[in-house]
Design a protein around this ligand. Structure first.
Ligand code: NCD
Ligand code: ZN
Length: 461
């Protein structure tokens, strides 16, 4: 028996393209702490849906059920990453939809949004549909294509948002990520167009003239190392411009990878004025600073650049108080020849999918400096699952862990410390900036519509 196939057959999944069928049969998650709270519970998943939640040891599944002993591990809704680069089509040597989906499953993700800076650019329904279908065939996580705002990312002519939104891929986010939509009139038209379709515009805030040739945060470190500086104003001037466009023309605009203290202040102002603006922050901007550049190691080159400690602190506070809505990894795989070279020749970007949950847990729960208030697992569910689903109006994902909800879930082993090594990741690339670092917790299990996509690091293809 197959249930919950698609929008037509199951009300829990409207408004996406046709989804791969839910897994048939039963899986029992034994002894989990739901949101890390209360007493251990048994959670029974049947035909892709959470069927029962009861005291640990009290549920007896059917004969053929798969039983996962998860004694005391934390059960969360499946994570959603609204900003990844899976490089297909065009750079399948560095990542594919299949390898990126495997990395996502190992990281606890059940849905990802892959950016349009592919080759060819995702600027037509045909390419968007190819990405969506390959994701569904792989069936390790839902891979939503992001459509580009301008044709070929050239910053001149808008793409057909309507055609992409109506395609089988049901594109719901548009971005020229990697390139800012610098022309204010074009951005205004994009806002007006997006509003009618109720799709999200995600802006990579980078004023092109202020960042010409820039490879590092403009500050004392870059000056000392002789690296061309990328000033905060390059980001903040676009944030405020787009906030004002959103104020006057509406729509829904999203700020990609916020990186400065000033951006936080502008977002706070925008939210205080009920301007429809949302924002994401990456794990690396929360945890690393430009001091890492002392090594001249290209693995630390990223756009926007790693900033200063005070920026990281402001970003953390903003994520806690909701000024920044969510975490997105900006997972950006690159080949070793593109990273192991002079710093200013290295391609910008870092891996993120497999380390992000552990880094966010370390930053906000397990290794919080004295005097700061630790957060709980509900916070992680909010910033890594619920808020992205709300911002993207994504059905069937980021839902409460409750009976009757789709079994898009992830389980975190809070006793399983591990050491990050790029060559051990499922990603085709290995450009992690956390090489050799000990991380305190690990995703043990991920379920997509009831299918166990990953179990103790093994991906279930
Ligand atoms: C992005 C990539 O690799 O596609 N890199 C990054 O550092 N974020 C593109 C970009 O944003 O420049
Ligand atoms: Zn990006």
């Amino acid at each position: 028996m197959t249930t919950a196939v698609n929008g037509q057959k199951n009300a829990a999944y409207p408004a996406t393209g046709t989804l791969h069928a839910a897994a048939e049969g039963e899986t029992l998650l034994r002894g989990v702490l739901v949101y890390g709270e209360g007493e251990p519970a048994d959670v029974l998943v049947r035909d892709g849906v959470i069927a029962e939640i009861s005291d640990a040891g009290s549920l007896t599944p059917g004969e053929n059920a798969e039983i996962l002993e998860l004694d005391g591990q934390v059960l969360l809704p499946g994570l959603i990453d609204m900003h990844v680069h899976l490089r297909e089509p065009g750079r399948e040597d560095t990542e594919t939809i299949a390898s990126g989906s495997a990395a996502a499953a190992r990281g606890g993700f059940t849905a990802v949004f892959t950016m349009a800076n592919t080759d060819p650019v995702t600027d037509t329904p045909a390419i968007a549909e190819m990405v969506w279908m390959k994701g569904q065939q792989t069936n390790l996580c839902d891979v939503h294509p992001v459509g580009s705002i301008t044709k070929g990312l050239a910053g001149k002519d808008l793409t057909e948002f309507g055609m992409m939104a109506a395609s089988e891929a049901k594109v719901r986010m548009f971005s020229d990520d990697g390139k800012c939509v610098a022309d204010p009139q074009l951005m205004r038209r994009a806002v007006e167009y997006s509003k009618g379709l109720d799709v999200l515009l995600a802006q990579h805030c980078e004023e092109p003239r202020l960042t010409e040739g820039a490879v590092a945060h403009e500050g004392e470190t870059a000056a000392r190392l002789g690296l061309r500086g990328w000033p905060r104003v390059a980001e903040e001037s676009i944030v405020i411009r787009d906030a004002l466009l959103a104020r006057d023309y509406g729509g829904r605009t999203h700020i990609c990878h916020a990186s400065t203290e000033g951006t936080v202040e502008l977002l706070r102002w925008a939210k205080d004025h009920d301007i429809p603006l949302s924002a994401e922050v990456t794990p690396h901007h929360l945890t690393l600073t430009d001091e890492k550049l002392e090594s001249y190691d290209g693995v630390f080159r990223v756009n926007p650049p790693l900033r200063e400690h005070k920026d990281a602190l402001a970003l953390r506070a903003a994520l806690i108080d909701g000024t920044i809505d969510c975490v997105a990894t900006d997972h950006a795989p690159h080949g070793s020849e593109e990273k192991c070279c002079e710093f200013d020749k290295a391609r910008p970007g870092m891996l993120g999918l497999e380390t992000s949950l552990a880094l966010i847990a370390r930053t906000f729960i397990t290794d919080v400096p004295e005097g700061e208030e630790p957060q709980d697992w509900r916070f992680i569910a909010r910033v890594m699952s619920e808020r992205p689903a709300e911002i993207l109006k994504l059905p069937g994902q980021g839902r409460p862990v409750a009976v009757g909800e789709p079994a898009n879930l992830c389980v975190v082993d809070t006793q399983a410390g591990w050491v990050a090594h790029g060559h051990e990741l499922a990603s085709k690339a290995s450009n992690t900036p956390y090489e050799g670092e000990t991380l305190p917790v690990k995703v043990s299990t991920t379920l997509l519509r009831g299918k166990v996509t990953c179990r103790d690091g093994e991906v279930n293809n």
